[in-house]
Design a protein around this ligand. Sequence first.
Ligand SMILES: *Cc1c(COP(=O)(O)O)cnc(C)c1O
Length: 377
Amino acid sequence: MDDDIPYLLLTPGPLTTSRSVRQAMMRDYCTWDDDYNSIVSDIRRRLVALACEDEDGGDYTSVLMQGSGTFSVEATLGSVIPPDGKLLLVDNGAYGQRIGQIAARLKIDAIIIDQPETQPADLNRVEQALSTDPTITHVAMVHCETTTGLLNPAAEVGRLAKQFGKKYILDAMSSFGGVPMTMGELGADYLVSSANKCIQGVPGFGFVIAHRRALEATEGCARSLSLDLFDQWRAMETGGGKWRFTSPTHTVRAFAQALVELEEEGGVAARAERYAENQRLLVEGMAEIGFRTLIDPQHQSHIITSFLFPDDSTFQFRPFYDAMKKRRFVIYPGKVSVADTFRIGNIGHVFPDDIRQLLVAIGEAIEELGIQMGRVS
Ligand SMILES: *Cc1c(COP(=O)(O)O)cnc(C)c1O
């Protein structure tokens, strides 16, 4: 852990970034100057390269959008689904639910497959919906439900979407850059993520990797001016990296540095291995202390893990959180309705040694609070 940070964020996101990513922000840039726009163009190229096999890179493009990740999800839904379109949505967590809220607010007709938060997308229900309603035009789903840490079968749903000739929007916010994936194998037409997740940048913008021809066909369809994905893309494409409105220059510069550091680490595969090692150590160590996980290991991502409260009814999140923060670790409250949980993220500038120290701190906090831990069977 860097000495210059008060605590490690195990909260995706924002998450813990490297000192060099934070230092990259110590300069002001002019938004219409080439120095800045060439950084933007380089980011757009690198994002497409991360999401594509070399041979199909030309079919895809990318666009950056101001705001947090939700703004990019909303920009995508509101810009690519035509007025007479219809969305099929898998909802098995808070972020899936948020896509449903966006659709409702934008008056987009939607069929929602409402599933328990602990179960991955039910492919039979997706296929059933697609085969009974030919008016569906788009399918949307969250890849890693950060609500729980559950990983949805993104490529399988993509195959169904393609089989039925639908466009596919994937919220890969918390997985892109930390789980190997390509647009081709996902069958995704639009993949949405943001600066402050697995690329390990700071918050301030999101991005969409899009099938070029699909995006080109959406001109004039947007329900919002500032969140018009096509217009934003055209401005960047024709203006050599120019944003339509004031862009988060410092965040963008930090993101460029974060992309270089991702490459230096060995790319997405190497980063995924580090996160997976973090997660493996965490779950093993937590089991030794007596904590059980919410999600079946088969569907558990290496991004974030939900732990069930211990049986001891005196356990409360807030004192535990404070005891952990005092020990320089910031953890995440739970976000599910089915059980009392808290969450620990593995992503960011966080390494196996940090997890080992975290486990020691958790043991100390449990002892300080006098929590009686049961046994994990
Ligand atoms: C982080 C995240 C978002 C976006 O959240 P913001 O708070 O708007 O950045 C959306 N979907 C998922 C799955 C996420 O993890």
